[in-house]
Design a protein around this ligand. Structure first.
Ligand code: AMP
Length: 273
């Protein structure tokens, strides 16, 4: 059905824009849609909590959902179609074909979530083949995901323009995320340590420090001073290869993942640009 709709839109010379999401929408998602409107005239949003990108001990079962509210929000955004497939529709019984990348998934989140980017690349491929967009918008919030998708689109000649949209934050700086819903009031305070550590890094670089390890140490200390934080990684790396950088002699991305209570939160910032 979705494919037939997309074919029809293409025959009408519409420019199809896809914004893939896992639902439980917030202002960050809506900002992607606003950005998307600038790039085409048929806006499609997908809502799908993709089981293949969750590890066995992750939050697939508890991932927050509110489809009714999501649809209401999307109606106000001038969205032309919402694609809400179920897992059976996406993954048939005998499913056995996956898209994998050789290098990019070895770094950052991929190191502790070994099947995550295989799941992401596969589902995004399937969404691309179903929705047939000309343009797709992804958030810089999931920096590694954006880089992985860009690489995949280049490598496999998808011919889809990938737009990266900036991270929307709460007034105090916390990056908006559906997973913030897991936080208690005390954990919400600890969650701000991710943003604070990125700000601290920015200050240190401004003051002339170029040694990545010094900055990572400062960030680690800051985050660990907040209760219920458990750092997965803090990395300062090349903006394209995601390989760690020792001396900050060019723009870099500082990326981190921290468990706060049961919420695994990520954030990142381009530094020294
Ligand atoms: P998710 O529903 O978390 O899979 O996110 C769907 C899309 O929204 C992804 O491209 C994310 O990078 C993007 N996104 C999530 N949080 C934010 C945010 N705070 N600001 C901008 N984009 C975001």
């Amino acid at each position: 059905m979705m494919q037939a709709r997309s074919d029809r839109m293409r025959r009408q010379y519409k420019t199809i824009v896809l914004v893939p999401t896992m639902g439980f929408l917030h202002e960050g998602h809506l900002s992607l849609i606003k950005e998307g409107h600038r790039h085409g005239d048929d806006m499609v949003v997908s809502i799908f909590v993709n089981p293949t990108q969750f590890g066995p001990d992750e939050d697939l079962e508890s991932y927050p959902k509110n489809l009714e509210r999501d649809l209401e929000l999307l109606q106000k955004q001038g969205v032309n179609a919402v694609f809400t497939p179920d897992a059976k529709e996406i993954y048939g019984k005998k499913f056995q074909t996956y898209v994998t990348l050789e290098k990019l998934p070895n770094y950052l989140c991929g190191a502790s979530r070994p099947i995550h980017f295989r799941g992401v690349a596969t589902v995004v491929t399937k969404l691309f083949n179903t929705v047939k967009p000309h343009v797709a918008v992804f958030g810089l919030k999931d920096y590694q995901q954006l880089i992985v998708i860009r690489q995949m689109v280049r490598d496999l000649d998808f011919g889809i323009e990938i737009i990266g949209a900036p991270t929307l934050r709460e007034p105090d700086g916390l990056a908006m995320s559906s997973r913030n819903n897991y936080l208690t009031a005390e954990q919400r305070i600890s969650a701000l340590s991710l943003y604070k550590s990125l700000q601290k890094a920015k200050e240190l670089i401004k003051s002339g420090i170029r040694d990545a390890a010094t900055i990572i140490d400062a960030a680690t200390e800051l985050i660990q001073s907040y209760p219920e934080t458990d750092i997965d990684y803090i990395s300062i790396c090349d903006t394209e290869t995601l390989v760690d950088i020792k001396a900050i002699d060019r723009p870099v991305v500082m990326a981190l993942a921290v468990k706060v209570g049961k919420a695994r939160l990520i954030d990142n910032m381009i530094l020294n640009q």
